[in-house]
Design a protein around this ligand. Structure first.
Ligand code: 2AM
Length: 176
């Protein structure tokens, strides 16, 4: 039987922005808000693939390498809490078309290759806390961070010794 891996396409956050977000989060949320996502794990999911075979992963990796998508700039100016999934997140009030198109292309290729895609509309976000099931006081605003997206990546999610780790397997540049 072939080994399956839990994979997803995502945008990474530069290390400087990761640090800024972590500092702001510590200053604006109580410690018991939920399970904080570690700095290195902060990202924006573009398409979740689930547990897939090497064969499927290979096919989707080749497809990703042929995608022609443009660079874009994203303003992280929105905050919210989804009590159902227990996620506190930051996102954007105005998602650029290039981001929506990239996610849409990746999600449709994923679906065509048998990776179930959520029927919920794509809502680009960076998860800050998980397991936040109780009401959360949401700060009135974020510092309006700017994310310059210059590439997108395929990640593997692993769970070892009680910790979730996202490992970047491959990245592809976005065009000027
Ligand atoms: P998130 O973007 O809200 O954090 C790896 O598990 C990533 O894929 C996480 O970032 C997670 O959500 C997203 N993810 C996990 N399960 C998912 C699912 N069933 N549908 C869509 N995205 C999922």
């Amino acid at each position: 039987m072939s080994v399956e891996r839990r994979l997803f396409f995502a945008l990474s956050l530069p290390a400087k922005l990761q640090k800024q977000v972590i500092k702001w989060r510590a200053e604006h949320f109580p410690q018991d808000t939920g399970r904080p996502v570690t700095a290195a794990n902060l990202h924006i999911t573009l398409a979740f693939l689930g547990e897939i075979s090497e064969l499927k992963a290979g096919a989707l990796t080749r497809i990703a390498g042929r995608i022609q998508a443009q660079k874009f700039s994203l303003c992280l100016d929105d905050i919210g809490h989804w009590p159902g999934s227990g996620v506190v997140w930051i996102g954007t009030k105005r998602a650029p078309n290039a981001l929506l198109q990239l996610a849409s292309v990746l999600r449709s290729h994923a679906a065509r290759n048998g990776c179930h895609q959520s029927t919920l509309p794509f809502h680009p976000h960076v998860s800050l806390y998980r397991s936040a099931t109780r009401p959360v006081a949401i700060p009135p605003a974020t510092p309006d961070w700017q994310l310059e997206a210059e590439d997108f990546s395929l990640y593997e999610s692993t769970y070892e010794r009680g910790r979730t780790r996202y490992r970047c397997l491959q990245s592809w540049p976005l065009a000027d």
